[in-house]
Structure formats: C-alpha cells, structure tokens
Design a protein around this ligand. Structure first.
Ligand SMILES: NC(=O)C1=CN([C@@H]2O[C@H](COP(=O)(O)OP(=O)(O)OC[C@H]3O[C@@H](n4cnc5c(N)ncnc54)[C@H](OP(=O)(O)O)[C@@H]3O)[C@@H](O)[C@H]2O)C=CC1
Ligand SMILES: O=CC(=O)O
Length: 323
C-alpha cells in the first residue's frame, strides 16, 4: 500500500500524477479545523503534507501523529511552527532557488514603477486625462545611478544587487546579519548597519524573512531616518513593517513613495489607507507569480516530499537535524 499524504493546494495535472505515483493522496481545500475534522482519518494516517500559505501549528500537528515530512510551495516558512515540527521530528522542505530570479524581477518592477509612477500615470491615461503634452506634475524620479539599500542579502537580495549594479549602475548598500563576500566582490556592495543604510539609500528595499527579530523592524523611527526623497520597497513579508507607521510617514512626506508586494493583512483590505495614497504601488503578493516559476516551485515541492519521505534531504530542508 502506498503511504498517505495530504495535499492542500491544487497542482498542475502532471505534478498531481507524479505525486499519486508515489502516494495515496487526499486533497483538501485548506487546513482549517473543520477540514481536519471532516477528514480525520486521512490526517491521522498521513506521513506527508504538501501545500502553501496555510498555518501549520501544534494544534494541527496533534491531529497528524504519523506525519514525517511537510513540503511547502514557498521559500518563506513563517507560517510553520518549526519548534513544534522539531519536537515531533517532522521534516520541513521548502523551495529556495526556484523563485529567486523571478522575485528579484518583481523587486525591480516595484522600484521602477514607484519611481517612475508607472501605475499612477497609466491610470491617468485610461481616465482620459492625457489631453496635452505632459508637464512636471507627471514626472517621476530616476532609478539609474541612485543608491540602493538592500535589507536581507540572501538569495533574492543577491539577485537584486546583480540587477541594480549591472543593469542600472546603482551603488549597493546592504544590511544582513553577516557580511556577504560574493556581494562585495561581484557588485562592489558595502555591508553597513541599518541606520547607515536608512540614511544613505535612495531606495530602501526589504527582502527579509519574518522572524521574531524582523517583526516590525521598520517602524516610525526607521522611516524618520530615511531621506524625504527615499522610496521604500517591501517584497519580504508584510509584518516586517509597522504599516500604520509607513502610512504616517508617507502622509507626512517623511518618505517619497512606497512599492509593496506584501502586507500585514493579506489580501489587503479595501479599507486600508495605503489604497488611498497615489504614491503607493500595491501588488497582490506576486513576487514569484509567473507561470514558469510557480510550476517550478510546485515541481520542486513534489520532489522535495518524495525525497524527504525516502530519507533524501541534502537540499531544500529547513530542519535536517530532525532526521
Ligand atoms: N513577495 C514574495 O512573493 C516572496 C517573498 N519572499 C520572502 O523573501 C524572504 C527572503 O528569501 P531568500 O532571499 O530566499 O532568503 P535567504 O534566507 O536566502 O535570505 C534572507 C536574508 O535575510 C537576512 N536576515 C535574516 N534576519 C535578519 C535580521 N534580523 N537582520 C538583518 N538581516 C536578516 C539574512 O541574513 P544573513 O545572510 O546574515 O543570514 C539573509 O541575508 C523569504 O523568507 C520570504 O519571506 C520570498 C519569495 C517570494
Ligand atoms: O512569499 C512567497 C514565498 O515563497 O515565500
């Protein structure tokens, strides 16, 4: 008999078949308590769990005593209680590298669209406001040769630095817990403390994971340190930013604009004041959302689960020590 797994995300047909070749698959719409209760036996017997975005905590794990591996279709895993997984010796697999370049492209898109006001002026064209040659009130600011400050010089931070340095001639500052020789050598990047980065960067770009240390890292004090011409970009996690402080800084002109792919609450509620500000570009968490990359992420996650349940955890494993 094939081992049982729970799938809580739709997969392309060929990947679903690949999963079914190895496992007996129970597909569920989400991991809500109600869903778990309705499928109690399947959750009780499952050795694997595959999906994305749902919370995987101790309460869920208590209903899955046979679980040996979870596989998330994402690189971020802040929605997993890793301590609870470790306590139960459950492996956590994720999809770094599959999405790195695409997310760096999204960051560049946010930088360009907020500096050049792409969304705002395109809306004006659609609204019929382009009736004569445009004047300074439609102008944006340059991106090339401005200083970029990257907070989080991991896989995606490096790919962003590459674009900024080679594509746009931008001096690169970065903050991370440690110095990254590759960034220094390849992109002439300068490691600095957060305050220096905030004070010197024209674009402050956050691509941090959400952890206890990074939660609300950007608050009123940090926005106050930025240049009034600075543009703040966030494609890491929404909770890394105190959104009320960001709104206040934008309204007070403490910073010039923001380009955001992630928010404290997702989907972003229509009541959010961010949606009323013309100098905000708000995207619906599309960092990795291309057909190619989402397919590659799903394929990686399927392979990760097959590998993990066969004891192969050389790559893409968050907690190999529990094996
Ligand atoms: N918008 C979207 O759709 C997407 C968002 N993401 C988000 O981007 C995050 C980063 O992904 P990726 O680049 O692959 O991850 P990495 O683990 O490769 O990089 C994370 C970086 O953050 C740094 N960092 C962590 N904690 C701190 C801290 N307290 N202070 C300063 N720097 C810190 C790390 O520092 P050090 O190098 O010193 O360890 C590292 O440089 C993901 O965790 C996810 O949340 C990812 C994909 C898509
Ligand atoms: O936010 C997306 C991820 O892969 O993490």
């Amino acid at each position: 008999m094939k081992p049982s797994v729970i799938l809580y995300k739709s997969l392309p047909d060929d990947l679903q078949r690949r999963l079914e070749a190895h496992f007996s698959v129970t597909k569920v719409p989400n991991l809500d308590a109600d869903t778990v209760q309705k499928n109690a036996d399947a959750f009780k017997n499952a050795v694997g769990l595959l999906g994305s975005s749902e919370k995987v905590d101790a309460a869920l794990l208590d209903n899955m005593p046979a679980l040996r591996a979870t596989s998330t279709i994402s690189v971020g895993y802040d929605n997993f209680d890793v301590d609870a997984l470790n306590d139960r010796r459950v492996l956590l697999m994720h999809t770094p590298t599959a999405l790195t370049e695409t997310v760096a492209d999204t960051l560049m898109a946010l930088i360009l669209s907020s500096a050049r006001r792409v969304v705002e002026v395109a809306e004006r064209v659609k609204a019929g406001e382009w009736t004569k040659g445009i004047g300074p009130d439609w102008f944006g600011t340059d991106v090339h040769h401005k200083t970029i400050g990257i907070v989080g010089m991991g896989r995606i931070g490096l790919a962003l630095a590459q674009r900024a340095h080679f594509g746009f001639g931008m001096p690169v500052l970065y903050n991370a817990r440690r110095q990254h020789k590759e960034a220094d050598e390849r992109f002439n990047a300068r490691h600095c403390d957060l305050d220096t980065l905030l004070q010197e960067a024209d674009f402050v770009c956050s691509i941090l994971p959400l952890t206890d240390e990074t939660r609300h890292l950007f608050g009123a004090a940090e926005f106050a340190k930025m240049k009034s011409s600075a543009i703040f970009i966030n494609a890491g996690r929404g909770q890394v930013v105190d959104e009320n402080a960001l709104i206040a800084a934008l309204k007070a002109g403490e910073i010039h604009a923001a380009g955001l792919d992630v928010f404290e609450q997702e989907p972003l509620p229509m009541s959010s004041e961010l949606l009323t500000l013309p100098n905000v570009v708000a995207l619906p968490h599309i960092g990795s959302a291309t057909h190619e990359t989402r397919y590659n992420m799903a394929a990686t996650a399927v392979d990760n689960l097959i590998d993990a349940l066969n004891g192969k955890i050389e790559k893409n494993c968050v907690n190999p020590q529990v094996k």
